[in-house]
Design a protein around this ligand. Structure first.
Ligand SMILES: [Zn+2]
Length: 449
C-alpha cells in the first residue's frame, strides 16, 4: 500500500464501491443480492446530490435509471455503465486481493475497476461536481446503470422499455466497450481512441446426432458420437468467408499514417484504401485468431456430451457451438454455413440463443463528432477511430430506440490491462480515472443547446 500519499476523494469513492462484491451469476440463486443492496446504499452515500437532485427510477432488481433534466429534452443523451462484475476464479494468481481495492503503482486494483465500476463512478463524479457548481446541462442527461450485464442484461432491456414508455428517443448513448488503447496494433506508438460503433452478435447452436445406442460389446460403425465428431471436424476446417466491414476499413484509413514499417508505408501511400480491401481481409485472417475474428463470423465448439457411462453406446450425442455473428452476416447465414459444412443432414441444428450483430452507428454525424472532439480534448495524442466490438454490451438493447450507440470508456488501458478484464489483476490507473471524470464533464458541458 502507498499509505502516505493523499488520494483524490473520487478515488476513495471508487475504492469503496470496488470493495463490495456485486458478483452476478447465470444461476440467480447463486447471486448474493445483499451485496447489490449494499452497493446501492454506498452509491447514495458517495453521491448525495446525484440522488437528491436527479429523478430516479429503480429498474429490475438493482438497476438504476436517473434523469437529469436539462434546458431541453429534445436531444437527450444516455450514459451507461453496469454495477455487476464477473466472479473471481479462486485459483487465479491475483497480485492483490480482488475485492480489497488496494492502491499500488498508481492504480486501484480489483475486480470491476475496468469493467465497469470505473466508468460508473467517473460518470457519477462528473455529474456530482457539475451539480455542486449549479450547472444545468443543455440537454436531458440520463444515467442508466445495469445490474446484470454480465449474465443476461434484462435490466438494460427494462431500461429501454421504460424510456420508450416515456417517449424518450436518445440522441446518442455511450456505454463501455472502447477505450484509449495502448499497443493496439503491433508497432503502433500512439494510443487509439477506439469507439465501438457496432458489436458482433452472440448466438449459440446445439448439434444433435441420434442413433440406436446399446451395449458397448456390440458396437456398430458410425454411431452418433462418431458422426458428431466428423461433423465438428468438418466445421472446424471450414471458416465462414471474411468480410471487411466499412468500420474496419475506416479504422485502417485513420490509423495508416501512424503505422510504422511496411504495412504503414503501403497503407499510407494508398489514398484509396478500398482498393486494398481484399488484401487486408486476407492479411487479417492470416495474422491469427484475434485479427481473424475482426473480419468474420466465428464458431467455437464449446460443450460436448455423449453416453453417460463408458460401457454404454450413446443414443444421443450433442455439441454446443458459440457463434459470434459478424456485421453483414445473419444468424440464418451462420446456421446455413454449419448445415453445409457438416455434410450430414441427419444431424439436427437447434438455435438455443439468438443474437444478431448490432446495427452500425453513424460516424459522419454530429454526435460522433462531439465524441471525437471531447476525446481529443482530454487525450490529445490519441487517434480516434470507430471499430467493431467483439464482445457484447448492455448497449445493444438501446439500438431498439437509438441510432447512435457508441461504446467507449474514457480510460487509458494497456494491452495487459485489457487482457485482465474478466481475468485476473484487473486495475485502473488513478491518473486516467481522473482524466475519465474530466471527459464525462466535458461531454456533458459540450452538449449543444
Ligand atoms: Zn462490462
Amino acid at each position: 500500500m502507498e499509505a502516505a500519499q493523499a488520494l483524490d476523494p473520487a478515488v476513495e469513492k471508487l475504492r469503496a464501491l470496488v470493495r463490495i462484491p456485486t458478483v452476478s451469476h447465470r444461476d440467480p440463486t447463486l447471486t448474493d443480492f445483499s451485496a447489490f443492496d449494499a452497493f446501492l446504499e454506498e452509491l447514495a452515500r458517495q453521491f448525495p446530490m446525484v440522488h437528491e437532485r436527479l429523478e430516479l427510477t429503480r429498474i429490475d432488481t438493482h438497476g438504476l435509471l436517473f434523469r437529469w433534466p436539462g434546458h431541453s429534452a429534445e436531444r437527450p443523451v444516455v450514459l451507461m455503465a453496469h454495477l455487476d462484475v464477473v466472479p473471481v476464479d479462486e485459483e487465479s494468481p491475483w497480485q492483490h486481493p480482488p475485492f480489497s481495492a488496494e492502491v499500488h503503482d498508481g492504480a486501484v486494483w480489483g475486480r470491476g475497476t475496468l469493467d465497469d465500476k470505473g466508468a460508473l463512478v467517473a460518470a457519477c463524479e462528473a455529474v456530482e461536481r457539475l451539480l455542486a457548481e449549479g450547472v444545468t446541462p443543455n440537454q436531458d442527461v440520463w444515467l442508466s446503470f445495469g445490474c446484470n450485464e454480465e449474465v443476461s442484461g434484462t435490466a438494460a432491456q427494462l431500461a429501454v422499455d421504460e424510456l420508450s414508455r416515456r417517449g424518450v428517443t436518445p440522441w446518442f448513448v455511450v456505454d463501455e466497450g472502447g477505450a484509449i488503447a495502448g499497443e493496439a496494433l503491433p508497432g503502433l506508438v500512439v494510443p487509439l481512441g477506439v469507439v465501438g460503433v457496432t458489436e458482433k452478435g452472440t448466438t449459440s447452436l446445439e448439434l444433435t446426432a441420434e442413433g440406436r445406442g446399446g451395449h458397448a460389446s456390440t458396437p456398430a460403425r458410425n454411431g452418433p458420437t462418431v458422426r458428431l465428431a466428423k461433423a465438428l471436424s468438418r466445421l472446424d476446417a471450414r471458416a465462414m468467408p471474411s468480410r471487411l466491414p466499412e468500420t474496419t476499413v475506416e479504422m485502417f484509413r485513420r490509423v495508416a499514417p501512424h503505422l510504422p514499417g511496411p504495412l504503414g508505408s503501403v497503407l499510407g501511400k494508398v489514398t484509396d484504401i478500398d482498393r486494398l480491401r481484399p488484401l487486408l481481409g486476407k492479411a487479417l485472417v492470416a495474422a491469427g485468431p484475434e485479427p481473424a475474428a475482426l473480419v468474420r463470423t466465428t464458431f467455437a465448439i464449446t460443450t460436448l456430451s455423449g453416453s453417460p457411462a463408458i460401457n454404454v453406446i450413446a443414443a444421443t450425442a450433442k455439441a454446443g457451438i458459440n457463434v459470434r455473428v459478424m456485421v453483414g452476416d445473419t444468424v440464418a447465414d451462420a446456421v446455413a454455413h454449419v448445415r453445409r459444412a457438416i455434410k450430414d443432414d441427419d444431424i439436427r441444428i437447434d438455435v438455443v440463443e439468438e443474437g444478431e450483430a448490432s446495427p452500425v452507428s453513424p460516424i459522419d454525424d454530429d454526435a460522433f463528432r462531439l465524441l471525437e472532439a471531447t476525446i481529443t480534448a482530454t487525450f490529445p495524442e490519441a487517434v480516434v477511430t470507430p471499430y467493431v466490438m467483439m464482445a457484447a454490451t448492455d448497449s445493444r438493447f438501446f439500438t431498439q430506440i437509438c441510432q447512435r450507440v457508441y461504446r467507449f470508456a474514457p480510460f487509458r488501458m494497456s494491452k495487459a490491462q485489457r487482457q485482465a478484464i474478466h481475468s485476473y489483476d484487473e486495475h485502473l490507473g488513478i491518473e486516467t480515472f481522473l482524466e475519465g471524470i474530466d471527459w464525462y464533464r466535458r461531454l456533458i458541458e459540450s452538449l449543444p443547446a
